[in-house]
Design a protein around this ligand. Structure first.
Ligand SMILES: *Cc1c(COP(=O)(O)O)cnc(C)c1O
Length: 358
């Protein structure tokens, strides 16, 4: 069977070249006589892989020297609890901007350890916009945003300015989709399975001065210092996932780096948004200025037609277009790895469906 265009929100499609490389190296990695899945995480082989992967992140994201790059388990969700345990200071007070379900989950975990101020929210309109950020109280230990909102399809086009207060960003579905100035953040984290590689690892980019101040009762494993001191090798890391993360970073570099990836993403997303804006059948759900380049939710005129659309698209090899249950309709996740052809194929089908069902 041919490969499909996979519009899943996550785990999501990977660049085909990466999958090919992984399959070439599957049985015998660079003459080691072993698969990366089989080798010791203390071996020279794996040491080279994890160091090279880190360096590729540093190059691609232009990460300043005073930031650590950590590869941790537990996905983005474990970061929801690691962040407050490590970043709450004497005030035990943090500001969160509520832009959807993932923000809420992050807030829920932080509340276990201290006070959470909801600085702004877009819940009133099912999160179809990014709210204005009010003046930020000076006694906060950190401010948390969800950079790209996977479910609702919004993204911050401007990063909030928090001055001396560390800004923390869940970038799970937006990392490396557009250039980000890492120095504006205290901590950036991302579960891998949207834009970085296979599930099983989260990438955490953290400013060094935020490491080593964890709350007294913080478990060893949940302390950033543990993993920073051990170079992400405190225990057995998700070795194979980290290896594929490296292949994806190499792919990004070969494609021309984040600027080139961003250009390609803009081209793909604007084709789809332009079509939606000019259709009187389909419509996008997000306010224009806050539209994500990665996740594009849209509706047809009825629930019946939404279901019919998803079913027919699936039969044509365009999979996982069903929207999140809280938004309904459809959602096309068009991450870095989605080829232009996937988006044009989708638009061609939308045109045809519109004609047939108007
Ligand atoms: C998918 C996602 C998560 C959850 O990631 P896990 O790795 O499954 O924990 C968190 N935040 C955002 C924005 C996501 O898209």
């Amino acid at each position: 069977m041919d490969r499909v265009f996979n519009f899943s929100a996550g785990p999501s499609c990977l660049p085909e070249r990466v999958l090919q490389k992984a399959s070439e190296q599957m049985l015998n990695y660079k003459g080691s006589g072993m698969s990366v899945m089989e080798m010791s995480h203390r071996s020279k082989w794996f040491d080279d892989i994890i160091k090279e992967t880190e360096q590729l992140y540093r190059d691609n994201m232009n990460i300043p020297d005073n930031y650590k790059v950590l590869f941790l388990q537990g996905g983005a969700s474990l970061q929801f609890t690691m962040i407050p345990q490590n970043l709450f200071g004497k005030n035990k007070k943090a500001g969160y901007i509520n832009t959807g379900a993932w923000s809420k989950k992050a807030m829920k975990e932080a509340k276990i350890f201290g006070e959470v101020i909801e600085l702004a929210s877009s819940e009133d309109k099912v999160y179809n916009y990014i709210p204005e950020i009010p003046a930020i109280p000076s006694d906060l230990d950190y401010v948390h945003i969800t950079y790209n909102n996977t479910i609702y399809g919004t993204v911050y086009k401007n990063i909030p300015q928090t001055k001396d207060i560390p800004l923390v960003a869940d970038t799970s579905s937006g990392i490396l989709s557009a250039p980000l100035d890492v120095s504006q953040f205290g901590l950036i984290y991302a579960g891998a399975q949207k834009n970085l590689g296979p599930a099983g690892v989260a990438v955490v980019i953290i400013r060094e001065d935020l490491i080593g101040n964890a709350l007294d009762k913080t478990p060893t494993f949940l302390n950033y210092k543990t993993h920073s001191d051990a170079g992400s090798l405190f225990n057995t890391p998700p070795c194979y996932s980290i290896y594929v993360l490296g292949l994806v970073q190499k792919w990004i570099k070969e494609e021309g780096g984040p600027e080139a990836i961003y250009k390609a993403n803009e081209e793909k997303a604007s084709l789809l948004y332009n079509y939606l804006d000019n259709s009187d059948f389909f419509k996008g759900t997000v306010v224009k200025k806050d539209r994500s380049l990665m996740n594009v939710p849209f509706l047809s005129p009825s629930d019946e037609l939404n279901a019919k659309f998803v079913k027919e698209a699936t039969a044509l090899g365009m999979e996982n277009l069903k929207g999140h249950r809280t938004v309904g309709g459809m959602r096309a996740s068009i991450y870095n790895a989605m080829p232009l052809k996937g988006v044009t194929t989708l638009i061609d089908f939308m045109k045809k469906f519109e004609q047939e069902n108007k």
